[in-house]
Write a protein that binds this ligand. Sequence first.
Ligand SMILES: Nc1ncnc2c1ncn2[C@@H]1O[C@H](COP(=O)(O)OP(=O)(O)OP(=O)(O)O)[C@@H](O)[C@H]1O
Ligand SMILES: [Mg+2]
Length: 271
Amino acid sequence: MALLQISEPGDSPDPHQHRRAVGIDLGTTHSLVATVRSGASEVIPDEAGRMLLPSIVRYLPDGRVAVGYDARDAQADDPGNTIVSVKRFMGRGVADVARYGALPYHFLDAPGMVAIETRAGARSPVQVSAEILRVLRDRAEQALGGELFGAVVTVPAYFDDSQRQATKDAARLAGLNVLRLLNEPTAAAIAYGLDNAAEGTFAVFDLGGGTFTSRSCGLHGACSRCSRPTATPRSAATTSTRPSRRIGGRAITWPTATWATRAGSSRRHAR
Ligand SMILES: Nc1ncnc2c1ncn2[C@@H]1O[C@H](COP(=O)(O)OP(=O)(O)OP(=O)(O)O)[C@@H](O)[C@H]1O
Ligand SMILES: [Mg+2]
């Protein structure tokens, strides 16, 4: 099946060229990088064969930066320098992050966006996200055997302009040429359509790390939902619903972990 080519209304799709491009899902909890080889999309694993990269960045005492599993393992010992779920802070001010409740970080009221005080100095969410993206870029360049031409990066459909701009800035800081930002439910609908040759209207439910979103997406051979005709052979358009920021995966994981810990400890006491 021909790979879907994304182009804005009025743009012509580029002629087919062999350039190394990737898709990056920069998630609240996990991130990953994927590419298309021989017409099939595949996630690029790390050297240990793991597809996911925990979206966690730790600033170490010796000046190095750990990203992913190593950072995650040190989370409990060094919480103030181990930045978890930084996506929540992208393009956000101090008043916004205060709504997340108690967090182990010292936030600085920097212009435009908060910064986090770490042992490596003040780090903006853009800089922290760039560390994650740099690891994914290195992973992709090693697997694909050369420099990347560019990356499509997914963002939540509810991201506003400042959150989208912050994501682009992070990618650029990581040395990535941002081909475009793609809404996460649109990416899901496209993936479904590509795999199943399906057309129609789909409900996409995305239980992410911090939010639960549902959207209705139209995937059509002719661009029935766009206001202007496009040269895109197939197209996807989404209509929005408001995300729930209280029913993310963390809202399930933490109560479950707390319940399991309490149940385990009361059983030990009963013995
Ligand atoms: N293998 C797993 N076992 C248990 N829980 C998991 C597993 N994989 C993911 N989760 C949980 O599911 C939730 C969603 O994870 P996911 O990686 O899809 O989020 P994300 O894509 O990083 O977040 P978002 O899309 O909101 O930015 C998280 O709370 C995560 O901890
Ligand atoms: Mg996600």
